[in-house]
Design a protein around this ligand. Structure first.
Ligand code: SAM
Length: 243
């Protein structure tokens, strides 16, 4: 099915996203490295470098999945800080917790099962919120942005790392071919799950482009919003502040 292109009911989309991530959880890290040729590590490193997070601060790694960003933040903030890895999906959350424990990350990490659309934290809680390759999967993105704005402290920043629109045509064509033909094959071979990776390609195409997402952040109340294209716009890092 090409369910990404149908107009689907909200509950239906949420259910599909849940199925996809229960299905891919066990192979998630391996697939990330294979599909991006390891480049996702560079995108994530850049995100950390733009976060401005310091020792003792409180960070929310939303849709944190297997916790790549959480692990890095945990080292930066030290024992006096706190990073919350929040994800809606229990399988992804479990993979994240097991992986971080094996890596021996500090006791400054907590794990919360939560929907980005209705974050279970008090107002003005976090110095920084990251959502990396997560917003695309959220059903009501405006509601999620409003929820993030609410739990961010005044002076805090939101960073959204997400697939976006390649900025020039030849790259866009090659990338389309890759994501619609090569990705599902890799999914089939490695994770025995072509359908989930077809969903991935379709969800990328459906996601708002750079300018639209920036506008959505502004509408949610964020200020000084900007974005930075990575790998020719295949991915973009958006940033916004709450003042
Ligand atoms: N942040 C990790 C990374 O960059 O590798 C994981 C990204 S993974 C592609 C997307 C994650 O978003 C999944 O773990 C999924 O469960 C989570 N997710 C999807 N919808 C969500 C929602 N409404 N609220 C919170 N997390 C959600």
């Amino acid at each position: 099915t090409h369910f990404g292109f149908r107009t689907v009911a909200k509950e239906e989309k949420a259910g599909m996203v849940a199925d996809v991530f229960h299905s891919v959880a066990a192979k998630y890290d391996l697939m990330n490295d294979l599909m991006s040729l390891g480049i996702h590590r560079i995108w994530k490193r850049f995100t950390i470098d733009c976060s401005g997070v310091r020792r003792g601060q409180k960070v929310l790694d939303l849709a944190g999945g297997t916790g790549d960003l959480t692990a890095k933040f945990s080292r930066i903030i030290g024992e006096t800080g706190e990073v919350v890895l929040a994800d809606i999906n229990s399988s992804m959350l479990k993979m994240g917790r097991d992986k971080l424990r094996n890596k021996g990350v500090l006791g400054n990490v907590s794990y919360v099962q939560a929907n980005a659309e209705a974050l279970p934290f008090p107002d003005n809680t976090f110095d920084c919120i990251t959502i990396s390759f997560g917003l695309r999967n959220v059903t009501d993105k405006d509601k999620a942005l409003a929820s993030m704005f609410r739990v961010l402290k005044p002076g805090g920043r939101l960073l959204i790392l997400e697939f976006s629109r390649p900025v020039f045509e030849p790259l866009s064509k090659a990338y389309d071919a890759y994501s619609f033909h090569v990705l599902p094959r890799i999914g089939e071979l490695v994770a025995k799950d072509a359908e989930s990776y077809r969903y991935l390609a379709e969800s990328i195409r459906m996601h708002p482009d750079q300018e639209t997402l920036k506008q959505m952040m502004t509408s949610a109340g964020f200020e000084n919003t900007s974005f930075h294209n990575l790998t020719g716009g295949i991915v973009a890092l958006h940033r916004g502040f709450k003042f």
